[in-house]
Design a protein around this ligand. Sequence first.
Ligand SMILES: [Zn+2]
Length: 280
Amino acid sequence: MGLELKPSKTKISHTLETHDGNTGFDFLGFNIRQYRVGKHHGAKSSTRVILGFKTLIKPSAENIKIHLRKLGETVESHNSAPQVALIKRLNPIIRGWSNYYSSVVSAETFSDCDHCFFEKLKRWAYRRHPMKNRTWIMRKYWHTKGNDNWVFSTREGENPLEMARHRDTKIVRFVKVKGNRSPYDGDLIYWSSRLGSHPEMPAEKVYLLKKQKGRCTYCGLHFQDGDLLETDHIIPKSKGGKDNRDNKQLLHRHCHDLKTVKDATGTQDKRAIGERSRMR
Ligand SMILES: [Zn+2]
């Protein structure tokens, strides 16, 4: 394509373990490499041949180091500040960092970080009270919550402030995009139902698409790009149905017509037919 690679930003590396340790590569704070695994866990080639490894994306060692250093410096700059101030400063750092890695293989890293940082906080606490014994200190800064006896939190006031922990971040693994899809293919329906948001589609419609997993609830078929979609009130408003998201569904226009007739039959309520709202 006529593009040139910048040598300083280019690295050629094996992705599976090698004798010299030059394995995998870091990109935007993620480490990408392949690990040898048993035959039941490995990836398969397109011809179903077992490859004997799988690809894992994890937080990079370099970024873990930087993050822990930042936490450490924050603690040190709060040597004489109250616990509440320290927690308020730490929480956004911990949550922000964990969120960035919440879609990759991070659980182990998260609990390592918590463990490492616990040691740091212990030193912070001991230093503040050189004349007190360690049990007294631990009881002052760590409290029990549920099954956990080691929650770094305040006890003052009505609602104690807790420090966020890396391992409390839920890990949601990435859902692989279908092979022939591209975000630039203009298929709003596929991308909206997959992502739950789309810049070119109204929020309510995206919400419904995601909830319905991209299918018309009347005929059960997947919506195709270019289909005419309409919002239907599951219980018609004329029968007391509410005008909120829970009472709405997306239908093909022709399915909507069929449903509206069905809703109206028996009651002969003509208003039901005029009740549609067009979104496209
Ligand atoms: Zn339909």
